[in-house]
Design a protein around this ligand. Structure first.
Ligand SMILES: NC(=O)c1ccc[n+]([C@@H]2O[C@H](COP(=O)([O-])OP(=O)(O)OC[C@H]3O[C@@H](n4cnc5c(N)ncnc54)[C@H](OP(=O)(O)O)[C@@H]3O)[C@@H](O)[C@H]2O)c1
Length: 296
């Protein structure tokens, strides 16, 4: 008589090859759980898997580009083939770009929507129904404190994180009586490769805000998820930033963030076509600014 084996519950971390995702994988591994590590770079995934094993977990790796439209289906097929089920999904894969929306390549900016929003939703729709049926597990979405304000000169990234926060909080409410948890984590700057790859480290804003380590964020994120929290904002400065954004009207907040994130090499918003640092003190810039209240 053949006995069909129950699939084993796994924590699936997407964006696990480095940064916050890799740190969360290490934290989860200490609980001796099965951890599935997903990202594009096979080499980095192998290194992350070694850390998971070292910490006491059982790692599986899958090199996958989450922007591919069949990515969620391929992840599910992988889990099935390994005799696993997605008990907890950690969405940590994302990218951002600093610069004026009109100056950055359109495809690169639309890619932010494909990864930070579309892929996250696709994975959610694929795995959340099973969690609700089993009445256990949940989703841990890594958002950002950027979710609380418009982000001039990082417009796509900030608005993608606003989506992640709103979507996560809505699903938290929908699933809270089903035994499932959906938690959004909203960190301020974290010392990872993201700060360089996005160009955020060139801005005054990211220079003045204190940075947490990915280990600190991972610990608080996982703790918050296990405590069934709706929203986790790790660190005092990120909490203050979120409070400030909630209290200050957008008409004041948006120009302030714009000033703090503008870089002198950006094209000047007055439309001169010159670099901001070359243009902003010129008479022609002052005249255009006086003519239009929109130019700062
Ligand atoms: N660092 C910060 O200051 C900060 C602050 C607030 C929130 N966050 C958020 O925290 C999360 C993690 O960021 P991080 O700082 O850890 O960034 P990171 O070090 O750049 O890590 C990003 C992860 O996403 C993966 N990834 C990127 N594109 C992918 C794709 N197309 N398919 C599959 N995987 C992909 C990367 O792996 P591969 O390149 O190998 O694919 C990597 O594992 C993000 O949601 C970010 O928005 C970061």
């Amino acid at each position: 008589m053949s006995m069909s084996k129950e699939p084993r519950p796994a924590v699936v971390v997407v964006g696990a090859s480095r940064g916050i995702g890799r740190a969360i994988a290490r934290v989860v591994a200490r609980e001796r759980r099965v951890v599935v590590l997903v990202a594009r770079s096979a080499e980095e995934l192998a290194a992350a898997a070694a850390e998971v094993r070292e910490a006491g977990g059982e790692p599986f790796t899958l090199a996958l580009d989450l922007v591919a439209h069949d990515a969620a289906a391929r992840l599910e097929a992988f889990l099935t083939a390994q005799g696993l089920t997605c008990d907890v999904l950690v969405n940590s894969a994302a990218y951002g770009l600093r610069g004026a929306a009109t100056a950055l390549p359109a495809d690169d900016q639309l890619g932010i929507i494909d990864l930070n929003i579309r892929a996250l939703c696709d994975l959610t729709l694929r795995f959340l129904p099973g969690m609700v049926t089993r009445r256990r597990g949940g989703i841990l979405n890594i958002g950002s404190v950027a979710a609380f304000t418009p982000g001039p000169y990082m417009a796509f990234y900030y608005s993608s994180k606003a989506f992640v926060r709103s979507f996560s909080e809505a699903l938290h409410q929908e699933t809270r009586r089903s035994g499932v948890t959906v938690t959004c984590v909203a960190p301020g700057p974290v010392e990872t490769a993201f700060l360089q790859s996005s160009g955020a480290d060139l801005t005054v804003l990211f220079k003045v805000l204190p940075r947490l380590t990915s280990d600190e964020v991972a610990k608080r994120a996982w703790q918050g998820f296990k405590s069934r929290r709706r929203l986790v904002i790790p660190g005092t400065s990120a909490k203050l930033a979120a409070l400030f954004a909630a209290l200050v009207p957008s008409a004041l907040l948006s120009p302030l963030i714009g000033r703090l994130q503008r870089n002198g090499n950006d094209p000047c918003p007055c439309g001169s076509g010159k670099k901001y640092k070359k243009c902003c003190s010129s008479r022609a810039h002052q005249r255009r600014r006086d003519e239009s209240r929109l130019v700062t």
